[in-house]
Design a protein around this ligand. Structure first.
Ligand code: UDP
Length: 346
């Protein structure tokens, strides 16, 4: 496919001036999946930190309106040649890798799609990076790699035993990165997200999935009358109110963790994996209550059976990211996260 440029409304990365006042051009970072939900927020954070994000996206799930902080290239991860050409043409110094399929349910019925895109796609990306001489990668991993943990909070040492092909595909990539690292051809960071939620506080970008399967946007749609009710999947879990507990982390906090990880790699930091969450869990019912409070609207609720593959409680121990990367979530209450999402959706 051909290159296209969408520098549009954004300013891109600003030139960086060092202590002697010498101005250098902003360093380019390839962002695969940069037109998607977390990827686009990371592009905004990169630009704010002085980098130029170069988005590489097939726009199957991404949005052209979300490419605002640097050039965009339409392409598929399987296209190793185009990836290598993009890296060379934009003088890319490192890669943030978001591009992936991310529907757990779909992965259960079509696992091949997840191995092909998420695993084989990453092999293609690593080949392209190798041929272009780029050796630093920040990878979007997931708490889905832990499966059903024996204990919470989950630290990076918790055994990784995924219970669906999506989580398995993310774990395969982590293992692949580790072996490339041991071979001396890559330095990498895997960021294991807990539940990404919320939207850019300035309202520039936000969450739009089709189909939407995530709890918070669905609850907000129910509050706004865009769907009849929110279905609560399972009310008999061994949790205080019987519904599943998750660690909701604001998407802009996730985005800042990527720039912190990138800075760390560029400073010579060692390859590593980090959990990203707030360390505080909220139940499905608590999320619904938060949307009622923030929106001041009723939220019709329907109780439904459990959804296959849902662990009862997933809460992060993210102390390693705090101590090593110096990263701290700025949105530390559920209401603060819900407000940004509600503003975006309404
Ligand atoms: N959930 C729910 N109703 C929905 C969507 C999700 O009750 O319509 C629950 C789901 O069972 C899980 C939690 O909300 O316990 C978060 O689900 P989501 O799909 O947002 O993220 P996941 O934890 O699967 O990554």
């Amino acid at each position: 496919m051909d290159l296209f440029l969408t520098c549009g409304r954004g300013t891109g990365g600003l030139p960086v001036s060092d202590s002697l006042g010498i101005v250098e051009p902003a360093r380019s970072i390839l962002v695969t999946g940069g037109a998607g939900y977390v990827g686009s927020h990371a592009c905004k954070a990169l630009a704010a930190a002085g980098y130029t994000p170069v988005v590489f996206d097939n726009f199957e799930n991404g949005h052209d309106w979300a490419v605002r902080w640097g050039p965009g290239v339409v392409g598929d991860l399987a296209d190793t040649v185009l990836l290598a050409r993009t890296i060379a043409e934009h003088d890319v110094v490192a890669v943030l890798h978001f591009a992936a399929h991310a529907y757990v349910g779909e992965s259960m019925v079509d696992p091949g799609k997840y191995y092909r895109n998420n695993v084989a796609g990453t092999i293609s990306l690593l080949d392209a990076m190798k041929s272009a001489g780029v050796e630093k990668l920040v990878f979007s991993s997931s708490c889905a790699t832990y499966g059903v943990p024996e204990a919470v909070p989950i630290s990076e040492c918790t055994p990784q035993r995924p219970v669906n092909p999506y989580g398995e595909s993310k774990l395969c990539v982590e293992r692949m990165l580790d072996w490339h690292g041991r071979a001396g051809t890559l330095r990498w960071i895997a960021l294991r997200y807990f539940n990404a939620a919320g939207a850019d506080p300035a309202g520039d970008i936000g969450e739009v999935h089709d189909p939407e399967t995530h709890l918070l946007p669905l609850v907000i749609q129910a509050a706004l009358g865009k769907r009849d009710a929110i279905r609560v999947f399972g009310t008999d879990y061994p949790t205080p109110d019987g519904t599943c507990v998750r660690d909701y982390i604001h998407v802009s906090d996730l985005a800042r963790a990527h720039t912190a990880a990138l800075d760390y790699l560029l400073r010579g930091g060692e390859s590593a994996a980090f959990n990203l969450g707030t360390g505080r869990g909220y139940s499905v019912r608590e999320v619904i209550e938060a949307v009622r409070r923030v929106s001041r609207r009723p939220v019709p609720v329907e109780e439904a059976p459990r959804r296959e593959g849902d662990p009862p409680v997933l809460v992060a121990d993210a102390s390693k990211a705090r101590s090593v990367l110096g990263w701290h979530p700025q949105f530390d209450t559920l209401d603060a996260i819900v407000k940004t999402a509600y503003n975006w959706h309404s």
